[in-house]
Design a protein around this ligand. Structure first.
Ligand SMILES: Nc1ncnc2c1ncn2[C@@H]1O[C@H](COP(=O)(O)OP(=O)(O)OP(=O)(O)O)[C@@H](O)[C@H]1O
Ligand SMILES: [Mg+2]
Length: 229
């Protein structure tokens, strides 16, 4: 599904923020991406939603080397990726409903289907009473939930979520992790950047740990040990 092969990234003439990173994510797998602030979590995700090119190495997605592809060839790749940005990136002139509906409208879905799907998901994330609100009149946690709903509404093949529960209390945070797990059971590969030890302890998935530009992969705990401290 995703393969990083000796990937490095630097911004301008700065130091390498990712250096010589190699890993694979299998189709349908679920991973946390963790590490201290500034370790490069957002940078690693930016490469996967094609927001930037690596300065060295090869990234393959859905079996194709994305560095060798034209802009036109990258469009269908990008359409298979849902992203929850750390800073949400909502459209402030559109209502909460229209923000969530946007990817379906771009995909040309019929309005009736859009209305049903968006309303159902917005109720599910606890924003049923805020469909018509503008994002900048809503709390950080509410905006975060709009951003999550927008990212999952198309059932992407790959979901990248950058600190998706950072502004949510534990109860709603766990509920949204449940949504990611449900999506994962339907086949979506999931990568979630988080600092939250609580989330990583509660949900048993592999951890990609970034530190000083390098990565260590820690597999999930064996089933028999799940729930053990
Ligand atoms: N657009 C940019 N231009 C220059 N340097 C950048 C840019 N974006 C990130 N960096 C630098 O790259 C390094 C990694 O940043 P990144 O945002 O990927 O870390 P992070 O692990 O997501 O941190 P956090 O946990 O705080 O979100 C940092 O040293 C940061 O200053
Ligand atoms: Mg970040």
């Amino acid at each position: 599904m995703i393969r990083y092969d000796h990937v490095g990234l630097r911004y301008g003439i700065g130091p390498e923020v990712l250096s010589d990173i190699s890993f694979n994510l299998d189709p349908g797998s679920f991973h946390f991406l963790t590490g201290p602030s500034g370790a490069g979590k957002t940078s690693l995700m930016t490469l996967l939603y094609l927001g930037r090119k690596p300065t060295r190495g090869i990234i393959s997605m859905f079996g194709q080397n994305i560095g060798a592809m034209t802009r036109e060839q990258l469009v269908p790749i990008r359409q298979r990726v849902g992203v929850v940005f750390q800073d949400y990136r909502l459209m402030n002139h559109l209502s909460a409903f229209d923000n969530v509906a946007l990817p379906l409208r771009i995909a040309g879905k019929p309005e009736k289907e859009i209305k049903n799907n968006v309303e159902e998901l917005m109720h599910w994330v606890g924003l049923g009473d805020h469909m018509n609100a503008l994002p900048n009149t809503m709390s950080g946690g509410q905006q975060q939930r709009i951003s999550i709903a927008r990212a999952v509404i198309t059932r992407p093949r790959l979901l990248l979520a950058d600190e998706p529960t950072g502004n949510l209390d534990d109860e709603i945070g766990f509920r949204l992790m449940g949504l990611f797990e449900q999506l994962n059971r339907m086949g979506t590969t999931i990568l979630i950047a988080t600092h939250s030890q609580v989330m990583m302890d509660k949900f048993n998935h592999s951890r990609l740990i970034l530190d000083k530009g390098s990565m260590t992969v820690v597999p999930p705990k064996p089933k028999a040990m799940e729930g053990a401290a």
